[in-house]
Structures are given as structure tokens and as C-alpha cells.
Design a protein around this ligand. Structure first.
Ligand SMILES: C[S@@+](CC[C@H](N)C(=O)[O-])C[C@H]1O[C@@H](n2cnc3c(N)ncnc32)[C@H](O)[C@@H]1O
Length: 311
């Protein structure tokens, strides 16, 4: 049987009186919203968007998430996914059909998307007595915290947010199985471009200044913020891949969360850039005092590894 309601003891979701919902708090900061109601198709799967926030340009980001999920399932013979901000549910549908997820919890804070999410997930055609999916409408931190409190842990948590994900990091780590995958998003191009250094400092611990490689900095900022928060909880992070897309812009990183402190600090440090000669350097914390060039700008506390193969 297909489950369209929470299978465990969720208290009533905040969406119950739609007229009192603060819809503005879930709106995108940048104003590119497409409300399409006609049938859509992605990688051979039919679905509808029903007025939800949806972008065709995000298909590659969804492909990468599904690919990682499929590999995880093959390696571990299990896959439980929490799609914390599912929109119309296309990601959840793809995790069910393409990655053969055993279970997907599709959550979106906006309960007006409920009908379209339900109808899209019914297309997974996975009846036959197993409850393979459920739909909820909680604020993301709440759904993550409730899963943690119930000891209902997930193999992959996908957080496809507007702006910055950093306020969901701790709840997400808590709701993740050990060695599980966390797929994070940032659409904060102002921070990666160095235009809001105090904001990036608050969100990710990185004082980002304008640099000529801001797209890469946006990805390092996101990974660095996750490294910092994970270490507080006694975990460390293995970045599996990162992906920048021009629309949005969108920064996506897939992280594996492993128990234990960061093995050493060489990947978490400073990136410097010389305004005069264009030289960039990755500087570890213990060598910070040796930096002498007066033209250096400092971008603080990022994932600073220049080794593409290490983790
Ligand atoms: C970028 S859209 C998701 C798109 C979808 N994942 C996809 O691939 O098409 C972000 C979604 O997150 C929801 N949302 C935003 N903030 C939220 C929050 N704090 N808790 C739960 N949902 C939230 C919005 O209603 C919106 O549908």
C-alpha cells in the first residue's frame, strides 16, 4: 500500500490551516519563479509542477543526486531518503524510480503543494503492500529534528533550499545515518561573490571577499561551513562531488558524513589572493602568521584543499 501520510508519530504538521501559513518565509530570495501546471517530463518520468517552484535547469543537479543515491544503494543494499524541501516532488519521484530507494520522506513546508506531490509520487507505481513513501509539510528543521528524536535515520538527506542551507546543517547531521550522504545547496551568489562578507561569516564562518574565481569559492564556502558544523558534533566530512550551475546561481555539494574529528586541519584553512599579481595560495592555520604580502585579501576558513583526490 502506498502511504500518503506520515507513517510514524508526527504531530500535526503546521500546514493544517493554510490561511495562517506564512508563505512568504518559504519564498525564493531571487525572483525567478516558474509556475507551470502543464505536464512535464524529466529523464522519461512524467510529472506536474502544480504551481510549485520548479526549474528545468536544475535537472543536472537532480541527476547527480540520483546517481549518488543509486551507487549508495548498490554498495549498501539499502536507501532511505529524506527530501527535506521537495517542491512538487520530482526529486523524490526520481529517488524512488531511478535509485530504487526503499523509502522516501518527501517534505515541503508549503502544504499547497500536497496534492501535486501526492499525485506525482503515485506515478512511482510502487504499490504491492510496501509503504515506500510519505509526504509531510513541516519546516525543514522540524522534520529533521523529529526524525532524530524518533531515531528514524536516513541514508541520504537532500536539502534543496533557497539562499543558504547553513541553518539546517546540525539537524541534518543528527538525522543522518553514519556514513550517510548529505546533499546541500546554496543559491547565495552575493556571498560567493564577496558582496556580503559579514553574512557569509555568520552563515559559513568564511569572510569572503570579491575574488576572480567566485564560483569555486561558493562551493568551498559551503563545504567549509559543513566541516565546521560537523566537527562540533564529532563528525567529519568527505566531499564526494561539487557542482556549480549558472542559473540561480546554484552551488551543490554531496558530502559523506563520517564519525570522528577531521583527521588533520590541512583542508580547512585560508585562501588568499593578491590584488597586484593575481597569485592565490591556500594557507593552513598554523602558517597564517607567515603571510606577508600587503596586497593579499584573505578569505577565511574554507575548504582549502588543492588536492582533488583527497577527502
Ligand atoms: C528550490 S525549491 C525545491 C525544488 C525541488 N527540490 C526540485 O528539485 O524541484 C525549495 C522548496 O523548499 C520549500 N521550503 C523553503 N523553505 C523551507 C523550510 N524552511 N522548510 C520546509 N520547506 C521549505 C519551498 O516551499 C520550496 O518548495
Amino acid at each position: 500500500m502506498i502511504s500518503a501520510v506520515p507513517t510514524a508519530s508526527f504531530s500535526p504538521p503546521f500546514h493544517q490551516n493554510a490561511s495562517t501559513q506564512q508563505k512568504g518565509s518559504f519564498g525564493p530570495r531571487a525572483a525567478v519563479v516558474r509556475c507551470e501546471t502543464e505536464p512535464q517530463s524529466e529523464r522519461g518520468l512524467e510529472f506536474e509542477t502544480g504551481g510549485s517552484f520548479f526549474r528545468h535547469e536544475s535537472a543536472t543537479g537532480r541527476d547527480l543526486g540520483v546517481l549518488a543515491a543509486s551507487l549508495y544503494k548498490k554498495a549498501n543494499n539499502r536507501l532511505r531518503v529524506l527530501d527535506a524541501m521537495c517542491g512538487c516532488g520530482i526529486r523524490s519521484l526520481r529517488y524512488l524510480v531511478e535509485a530504487q530507494a526503499d523509502y522516501v520522506l518527501a517534505n515541503d513546508g508549503n502544504d499547497e503543494y500536497r496534492d501535486v506531490i501526492l499525485s506525482n509520487l503515485e506515478r512511482a507505481g510502487c504499490g504491492g503492500g510496501d509503504e515506500r513513501w510519505a509526504v509531510t509539510h513541516y519546516e525543514a528543521n522540524r522534520v529533521l529534528a523529529e526524525c532524530y528524536l524518533r531515531k528514524d535515520f536516513f541514508d541520504l538527506i537532500d536539502i534543496d533550499s533557497f539562499g543558504s542551507d547553513s541553518s539546517f546543517l546540525r539537524s541534518a547531521f543528527n538525522a543522518l545515518k553514519l556514513d550517510g550522504l548529505l546533499y546541500l545547496t546554496s543559491t547565495d551568489g552575493f556571498s560567493s561573490g564577496g558582496h556580503r562578507p559579514h553574512h557569509s561569516l555568520a552563515a559559513y564562518g568564511a569572510f569572503v571577499r570579491p575574488l576572480p574565481y567566485s564560483n569555486e569559492i561558493g562551493l568551498r564556502m559551503l563545504i567549509g561551513g559543513a566541516v565546521r558544523d560537523a566537527s562540533v558534533l564529532g563528525y567529519h566530512i568527505k566531499p564526494l562531488f561539487s557542482y556549480y550551475s549558472y542559473h540561480g546561481p546554484v552551488f551543490r555539494v554531496m558530502l559523506q558524513v563520517v564519525r570522528g574529528k577531521l583527521p588533520d586541519s590541512r583542508h580547512y584553512g585560508f585562501i588568499t589572493y593578491c590584488n597586484r599579481c593575481g597569485n592565490s595560495q591556500a594557507i593552513p592555520w598554523h602558517e597564517l602568521g607567515n603571510m606577508t604580502c600587503p596586497y593579499f585579501q584573505i578569505t577565511c576558513c574554507l575548504w582549502a584543499s588543492l588536492d582533488r583526490t583527497s577527502s
